[in-house]
Design a binder for this molecule. Structure first.
Ligand SMILES: [Ca+2]
Ligand SMILES: [Ca+2]
Length: 267
């Protein structure tokens, strides 16, 4: 360590075992001198760090048998690898930490199961199982041009390309616009990643969006209500994977990459 100080991150005292045990240990990267609350949000890896495995003998005659194998170091949060990844959601048990925008929009995404109340718009069931939950905007509760935004939990940045996959349902003669934006947490800047407008299909469609962001960020799902009440828009099964996105050949649903025509009618 650059500071010359040692910190114990993980410790296991001996109990007699003859099987291999798997352990995860989080090691925080600290700058050499300015240790304090600020470094946590900056993930600096510029300072040299060293992780040392130490086996201490019980006494001069008894050092026991200690072995380690398959060491993997991953930059990130150990918590992330436990359970569902942040941002991934099928909406079966809740909203997975997605946050409704309350200040700068004019409607909310609703969690729904089954058919939406208005006929000739909206899905008949969710994408996950057909009988589960999804999120949608209910056009009959909104005015033309009203917007509903929903923000993902904060996601950590990566220098690698990332792939966002989600399923969307845009059925109805008055369907408005569904957009996906990337919101950088350092500047608040929003960038458009994906947008579709107007009726797309009576079925669920898959969208795959490649993006790159090296800082903490949020993904924003933005739906704009169209000119008539037949403009429900739904989403389901949001997944983040390592990019670039690749189409699953076993899935016949067409790839829905970025497509935008800014010359179409604005609502
Ligand atoms: Ca679902
Ligand atoms: Ca809202």
């Amino acid at each position: 360590m650059a500071s010359g100080r040692w910190t114990t991150h993980w410790c296991c005292t001996s109990t007699m075992r003859t099987t291999w045990l798997r352990r995860r240990s989080g090691v925080s990267l600290k700058p050499p001198e300015k240790s304090g609350p600020r470094w946590k949000s900056h993930i600096p890896s510029l300072w040299p760090q060293r992780v040392v495995f130490v086996s201490i003998c019980r006494n001069f005659w008894d050092c026991g048998l200690v072995a380690i194998d398959d060491i993997t170091v991953i930059v990130g949060d150990c918590q992330i690898t436990r359970g569902p990844l942040p941002g991934q959601c099928n909406f079966e048990t809740g909203d997975c930490g997605y946050i409704q925008e309350k200040k700068t929009d004019s409607g909310d995404w609703l969690r729904m199961r089954g058919q939406t109340p208005t006929s000739y718009t909206g899905p008949r069931g969710d994408h996950t199982t057909g009988v589960g939950h999804f999120l949608y905007i209910e056009a009959s509760l909104m005015r033309p041009g009203d917007t509903a935004r929903m923000l993902s939990p904060v996601l950590r940045g990566s220098t690698e390309q990332q792939c966002l996959i989600f399923y969307y349902h845009m059925y109805g003669s008055g369907t408005g616009i569904l957009s996906v934006l990337l919101r950088r947490n350092d500047s608040g800047h929003k960038a458009l990643l994906w947008r579709h407008r107007g009726e797309q299909s009576i079925s669920w469609m898959r969208a795959m969006v490649d993006y790159k962001c090296d800082c903490r960020h949020q993904i924003v799902f933005e739906a704009i209500r169209g000119p008539s009440i037949r403009s429900d828009i739904a989403i389901d099964d949001i997944v983040f994977t390592k990019g670039p996105c690749t189409a699953d050949p076993s899935d016949n649903i067409p790839y829905s990459g970025f497509s935008e025509n800014f010359n179409e009618i604005e609502y």
